[in-house]
Design a protein around this ligand. Structure first.
Ligand SMILES: *Cc1c(COP(=O)(O)O)cnc(C)c1O
Length: 221
């Protein structure tokens, strides 16, 4: 099947309230161009250098999502154009994004990455740390970032009940924050979880933004 057909098939299986980021990491410009020409606008990359190169070369209507771990010293390269930063997991990184957003005269949308996987992982904030961050004065002082919601990755496991439980945890914390720290903030509206292997489970458990790569563009090495 062509990329356009793969995209169409994936979208046909998603409820209307669920958005799709087509994860184009490691894939050539031509594949992204084909997806774009079929009408898709949201693409995700996990390396700053690739994101910048593709932004420079491909149509400017594309909305670029940074889905990988972002290092503070590289924020400046994507700050002029990035549409949404998915994996923010520290106050330090948020502060740098805030500073670079101000320099570019824009507000940058971010998702806070929550550590939901029970397996050992370096990335994402445990719930307690997330709450501490959100309650800090330093966080409240940041006016060039906008927290649009939460992002998470489930454990790498075949156990679908475990994956389900991890996704449910993210949804629970999202709901809690919607009635506390983000009460009345309609812009706190995104729950980014689910990839090629688990997006159906993710949608059942309340994801409204799935990040799908291999199902659309084929496997990666
Ligand atoms: C690679 C990647 C995806 C997409 O993975 P697939 O299994 O190819 O769908 C989603 N989210 C993140 C953070 C990724 O790095």
């Amino acid at each position: 099947m062509s990329i356009a057909e793969n995209l169409k098939a994936v979208k046909a299986g998603l409820p209307a309230h669920v958005s799709l980021v087509a994860v184009s990491k490691t894939k050539p410009d031509a594949m992204i161009q084909e997806a774009f020409e079929s009408g898709h606008l949201d693409f995700g990359e996990n390396k700053v250098q690739d994101l910048v190169g593709k932004w420079e070369r491909l149509p400017k209507e594309i909305r670029w999502h940074m889905i990988g771990h972002l290092q503070s010293n590289k924020v400046k390269y994507i700050a002029p154009f990035v549409h949404l930063v998915h994996g923010v997991d520290s106050l330090k990184l948020l502060s740098v994004i805030n500073r670079e957003a101000e320099k570019n005269g824009r507000i940058i949308d971010c998702l806070l990455q929550l550590r939901i996987a029970s397996e050992e992982t370096k990335f994402g904030l445990p719930e307690e740390e997330l709450l501490t961050l959100l309650d800090s004065d330093a966080f409240r002082a940041l006016s060039y970032i906008r927290i649009r919601g939460l992002m998470g990755m489930a454990s790498f496991t075949e156990n679908s009940e475990q994956i389900r439980a991890e996704f449910r945890d993210l949804k629970r914390i999202f709901e809690k924050l919607s009635t506390t720290n983000f009460k009345g903030k309609e812009s706190f509206d995104l729950r980014s979880f689910g990839m090629s292997g688990d997006y159906k489970l993710a949608v059942e458990e309340g994801s409204n933004l799935v990040r799908i790569g291999s199902l659309i563009f084929g496997g990666r090495n």
